[in-house]
Design a protein around this ligand. Structure first.
Ligand code: P6P
Length: 339
């Protein structure tokens, strides 16, 4: 009897998703078909990101998004690719994107649509022209009981603890997709030779403590006092050892390092962004559930990110996310300062 060659390729993300799919009774493959739309879009986006300097895809689109931020051509492309890949999944009823002011109602308005997908198609895109890592984030919710297509925001204005799946793609020295369906966190590296994401980081667990903190210290003087005190503790070694600072200015890349090495990433309230700069729905929520699933924690300084009830699609939130030791110290400090 022939035996399978021992160089059998590693598990692909499609095979992994099918395995994970078994956790969703009655999902009948539609959930994995939905996730395959995201992996397809990620491959298309990464192909453009990898060639950004070679084709006329760099630079500004001379348009601005809902936040008044100048849109990069790759932002628009990535948004179109993700929206198209998901629009042809009948199980998806509503999409919400950083690039669109309002949720997108899928034309099919299928009665069997049971998911909403929220995403930031290309986070950190202002870094593209200088070849800094960028990322895509996504978050998947079930259609709330009784929600219909007349009220699309109801599908997406759900607390992050109700995400049934979430993840990100980081377009760095390699392209890595990290996701969770509530059963741990798994990372897949794109093998350009075969065009498949293959399992490279099975069941990621954040180290208990790291050695980096990650924050834009240029805004330090405007941080609330509790943040300044906390950073001072990290910097001066009061938490077991002195920390080094690492800040890329691209959330997905800064968080990916924090996930794998431990430590803490934060975007506190600042003078320009009293509620922090990062958006709750498609930046903080996917990052927070990944962090918790990997043994870390994420807060806005007052409450668990995943417990925040969103009021608007593009609302911002302060975000502190990190490994166990750093976050336990933060909760102790903030209990006295921020309550
Ligand atoms: P600042 C990118 O524009 C982004 O939304 C995140 O990816 C990143 O963490 C943050 O803004 C950086 O903001 O104010 O430090 O440049």
């Amino acid at each position: 009897m022939d035996t399978i060659a021992n160089d059998t390729p590693a598990l692909t993300i499609q095979q992994h998703i099918l395995q994970e799919q078994r956790r969703f009774p009655g999902a009948s493959g539609e959930f994995s078909f939905l996730l395959s739309g995201i992996t397809l879009a990620a491959k298309q986006i990464q192909a453009k990101v990898r060639r950004a300097g070679l084709t006329d895809i760099l630079g500004n689109q001379d348009t601005s998004n809902v936040h008044g931020e100048v849109q990069q051509k790759l932002d628009i492309y990535s948004n179109d690719v993700l929206s198209s890949a998901l629009a042809c999944r009948e199980s998806v009823g509503i999409l919400a994107s950083e690039e669109n002011e309002h949720p997108m109602i899928m034309p099919h308005k299928s009665p069997i649509a049971k998911y909403a997908v929220v995403f930031d198609p290309l986070d950190g895109s202002s870094n593209i022209d200088v070849n800094v890592s960028v990322g895509t984030t996504f978050s998947i919710f079930r259609r709330p009981e009784g929600a219909d297509f007349d009220d699309p925001t109801r599908w997406v204005l759900q607390p992050g603890r109700r995400q049934i799946a979430a993840g990100y793609v980081v377009y760095g020295s390699s392209t890595v997709m990290v996701y969770t369906v509530g059963n741990g966190v798994h990372g897949f590296t794109l093998d350009p030779a075969v065009g498949a994401f293959v399992l490279s980081h099975e069941n990621i667990r954040m180290p208990q403590q790291g050695k980096y903190y990650s924050v834009n210290e240029a805004y330090r003087d405007n941080f609330p006092d509790a943040f300044i005190e906390y950073l001072e503790e990290l910097r001066t070694g009061k938490l077991n050892h002195p920390y080094a600072s690492r800040y890329i200015g691209s959330m997905v890349a800064d968080f990916h390092r924090t996930l794998l090495r431990g430590g803490v990433f934060m975007y506190p309230p600042t003078k320009d962004f009293a509620s922090g700069k990062l958006r709750l729905l498609y930046e903080a929520n996917p990052i927070a559930i990944i962090a918790e699933q990997a043994g870390g924690a994420a807060t806005d300084g007052r409450q668990r990110i995943l417990d925040i009830q969103p009021e608007t699609i593009h609302q911002r939130t302060p975000l502190i996310v990190g490994s166990q030791v750093e976050m336990e110290r933060l909760f102790e400090l903030f209990k006295t300062q921020v309550s």
